[in-house]
Design a protein around this ligand. Structure first.
Ligand code: TXA
Ligand code: MG
Length: 309
């Protein structure tokens, strides 16, 4: 982050946020479309650029735990999880403590706020330079796969951004894990930090309720390419694109020839997009083991196929 070009890019991006503009922001999970969380007009522009329903709240991104404590009420479980996994791909849903710093629109009117401290050096530099919480939903248009490369982010919502920061391909490639700590600890969205890693620190996680108010993002169809998606396929049929997994499969879209779930997660959205561009009759996807990071990969794949959990 020391080179002058990066420093001036970050300064330009912080100035754009202060002026109510939007910024394409790389994070370690996926690219986000960022705005000043306190600025309802800027937040409205984010919803508009994504075509996202305004009842689906946004994540407030902060530089560190101290900044998070200013906007959310931390309990002991939150402290423990943040100490272990921040900065990193974990989002905590907590009671909101500052309803001005994170505008009502950003929270979709809820009395809770989703907060995370991202690990990507560019994201961290921008959050420090800006100083306040920044909302950043994934930079895709609503219902499409999240962008994991700069080019995909620009293609999705670049037109709405005043500044676009190029942080290269996203290391993780799947969105953050979302855990609500309101009453019982609940897994609202499986993600890069696995269920087992969280349960090891705070005990068993309850399932997300099928309650739109609690986890609004889970009710909409998500991550969908244009082509139909066929899951648990043994092999592609004629005309289909083939998202393989593991050794012995040829073709351009093997998520991980060695059967590595981290590699498969990092490739998932980029390969879905690339396969979609070949205009296949369908995208056939090999079975992915439902363990560890596989839970999050299978969650995204079921949504891409139109099965909403
Ligand atoms: O990895 C990520 O989390 C990326 C990067 C850019 O940080 N961001 C991201 O944001 O995935 P988004 O807006 O695409 O997904 C946020 C999810 C949605 O499912 C939303 O419903 C949920 O978090 N969420 C946000 N605030 C909430 C709240 N107060 N209560 C329950 N769920 C909430
Ligand atoms: Mg999203």
């Amino acid at each position: 982050m020391d080179d002058p070009k990066t420093q001036s890019d970050v300064a330009r991006a912080a100035a754009a946020l202060r002026a109510g503009g939007l910024v394409l922001l790389p994070t370690e999970t996926v690219y986000g479309l960022a705005a000043d969380a306190a600025d309802a007009r800027a937040v409205a522009a984010v919803y508009a650029a994504k075509g996202r329903p305004s009842f689906n709240p946004l994540i407030a991104h902060v530089a560190d735990v101290a900044a998070a404590r200013r906007i959310a009420r931390f309990d002991e479980r939150a402290e423990r999880l943040a100490a272990r996994f921040w900065p990193g791909p974990l989002t905590l849903v907590l009671p909101v403590a500052d309803t001005e710093a994170v505008s009502d629109l950003a929270r979709a009117g809820l009395d809770t706020v989703a907060v995370r401290a991202p690990a990507h050096p560019l994201a961290h530099a921008l959050l420090q330079a800006f100083g306040g919480p920044v909302v950043a939903p994934s930079a895709n248009r609503s219902g499409r796969p999240s962008p994991t490369t700069f080019a995909d982010a620009v293609e999705e919502t670049g037109a709405a951004a005043a500044v676009a920061l190029d942080g290269g391909p996203c290391r993780i490639g799947l969105e953050s894990t979302v855990v609500a700590l309101l009453d019982e600890a609940r897994l609202l969205r499986p993600g890069a930090i696995t269920r087992a890693e969280i349960e090891a620190l705070i005990g068993p996680l309850a399932e997300a309720e099928a309650d739109a108010k609690r986890s609004p993002g889970r009710l909409t169809r998500h991550y969908a390419p244009q082509s139909p998606v066929r899951l648990e396929a043994e092999a592609p049929r004629p005309g289909e694109a083939w998202l393989a997994f593991g050794p012995g499969a040829d073709g351009p879209f093997n998520l991980s020839p060695t059967g590595d779930l981290q590699e498969a997660a990092a490739n998932l959205f980029a390969y879905l997009r690339a396969a979609d561009r070949t205009r296949p009759s369908a995208i056939a996807v090999a079975p992915i083991p439902d363990v560890g990071l596989g839970e999050a990969i299978n969650d995204r794949l079921r949504r891409a196929a139109g099965f909403v959990g």
